[in-house]
Design a binder for this molecule. Sequence first.
Ligand SMILES: [Zn+2]
Length: 345
Amino acid sequence: MLDARESQLKAWGLILFVSVMFAGCASGPPSAPTLDRLGGSPLPDFENFDRAGVDVIQGGFPPGRQPDGNTVILASSDGLIVFDTGRHLFHTQKIIDNARKAGQPVAAIINSHWHLDHISGNIPLRELFPGAAIYSNGAAVENALRTFLARGRESNAKMLEDPTLTPEIIDEISIDAATVEQGELLEPTVSIERAQAITIGGRRLEFHTAAGASDGDIWVFDPASGVVMTGDLVTLPAPFLDTPCPKAWSAALEEILATPFQRAIPGHGREMTRADIVLYRDAFNALIACAQGAAEPLACADAWTAAAAPLQENAELDNRYARGMSRNYVENVLRKDGVREDCLA
Ligand SMILES: [Zn+2]
């Protein structure tokens, strides 16, 4: 097992990396006070409920801050089905605003995996919509709370003693610490540990499981709209290799491509086509193969950045992130002991 310090460094590797690389470039959005969760920002304009009742709230990745995963909202006869709930209240507030504007309750929440940028918003949403069913991999959530997230919580106090931390990073650490404090509220009401079709409010969804980006990934295909929601099996500007099993991840990308989807909503980044997912799979496999070879980490990162460039939204900033993140993951995860233990068997 990893010792606490090592796993803490790993847990915060991304945020530290981002802060070092981009400190001073631009400031992030104002922080959402924890207790302001039910008040909040004015209603944004949600006009983008599109065909077959699908809405996307794209997660941000502002400089100096940790990201929010993308949220997908599906209409159903019981109310809204919310796929992933974000980390920051300024993201989750958009889900709440969407429900208010639609005059619908949140009937169900699906979490693609237990990483805090996809699941933290469960807490305020459960408070507002106590009847919502929560679908996620319960064993993986419990395991994360016992191990990875518990160790992170222990080390938070130490991290906060570092006088060089920016106010944004202190805020990020505090947000995650507050979420983990209420860890039992992150657990599902319905645990999904194998592939199955589930009908929610008349909408039949095909749930799939994997153990690629985490030990309990769920991705969902919605035949009514042709949308596939991949969670962090697909992310931009680079694969988020924080708790990876590369071979299972690669297999999951093939399974996603085997469904007849027309639109793919990734865990982070813009909506993608089938051709985009093919490009992503090829670039992902090449990055893993490069990491397993003898090339310099920067050479692997440059190859990823060039291959993934057509998928990025903001060429200048995203390509910098793509290069820096992929180099960091090759050097500090794939070539160290960052591949999950359950993957090594
Ligand atoms: Zn994520």
